[in-house]
Design a protein around this ligand. Sequence first.
Ligand code: F2R
Ligand code: MG
Ligand code: MG
Ligand code: MG
Length: 357
Amino acid sequence: PTVRLQDACIGAMMGAVVGDCLGAKFEFSAGHKTVAYKQVRNYTQRVMDWGTYHAWVAPVKYTDDTAMTTCVAKNLLKNGTIHPFELAKSFRDEFCRDQSRGYGKGVKKLFQELDVEMKGKHASLFRVKEIAGQTHGGAGSHGNGAAMRVCPVAIFAFKAPNLIGVLAARSAVITHTHDDAMDGATLQAHAVSYLLRAAPASQDFDLDDFIFFLRSSVENKAYHEKLTQLRDLVHRHLVLDPVLDYDRFASDVQSLLGNGVKATEAVPAALAVFAIVASADPEAKGNQQLFQNVIDLAISCGGDTDTIASMAGTLAGAWWGVEAIPTGWIKACEGTAEAGRLSADLLQAASELSLPC
Ligand code: F2R
Ligand code: MG
Ligand code: MG
Ligand code: MG
């Protein structure tokens, strides 16, 4: 597509929020099973109609995914980089302000410990990382929580791919010290920034180039294997089905890539959902239809639906731009207006970022 850069950045952040809000209803509602595409569409269509005709409140609430994404955006805007200790404090503050946003069990406990630590005299970044590293029997969290909140990093550093890994890691390590969680955040950030750079140029989505680039962006065997599997999966469906069978694709994502809270499952699932819709569905359908298909398909994959839909929505919003996000969804979902403002500010900050030559 040819999308204005500003629209791509706003699309990425709003796509994250809309995916989180719409996916929340289905998160593990059927355990790890997939959800029928028709059933998902039925719900998301009702939300869209609601937003279209009752514009005065946004009844569909966001979850921890959006709450933490907002913290990351504000941290970047305030500091011109990620300041990890301040970010840890703002996660803690946001968590204490509203604990009902559906946080992961591990981070809940972590934030309670950080709250105690930060009320003491010797709180430091070192201690924060130490406490995060001690979770899950010393393995650190391998959850998708760092990847689900990384969109602001991708916007802020879209022109500076070398910076993305560093900023993604700094935003991750205060809660997620496991390599798979940190690399998942880096991978998702690189994917979003690749699309932000490509969207303004008039070109078709090039699956092989996308995967090739993503493989070079992380050194992690689990992700390299998943990227190969997802590329083959998308190719197989492109060859098999002239018209994409959404339920079959969702079921393949669930069984081959996984749909759980592990970063190594949810991140590849989101990438696969975006990649198949961007590759398979003719542009003639219109970008709004394509964006809608990405969200509905992501939720159909089941399991961690808010997070997979949020990450897939970020990719779709970056690629097709904010104009592709149905207005009814923007109006019905809590937090979209703030996401729009933050993304515009992040792009401004990105353009002021001075890069070494
Ligand atoms: N937590 C939820 N939703 C409830 C999911 C319940 C579900 N029945 C289930 O757990 O299977 N949503 C929000 O949390 C996810 C992001 O989680 P985050 O921020 O990464 O949190 P946490 O607590 O660090 O990790 C999540 C769970 O993963 C397991 N886990 C993580 N690291 C582990 C390790 N090294 N060893 C073993 N298990 C590990 C734990 O069960 C954690 O609780 C998003 O979906 C967000 O929407
Ligand atoms: Mg959530
Ligand atoms: Mg490590
Ligand atoms: Mg989730």
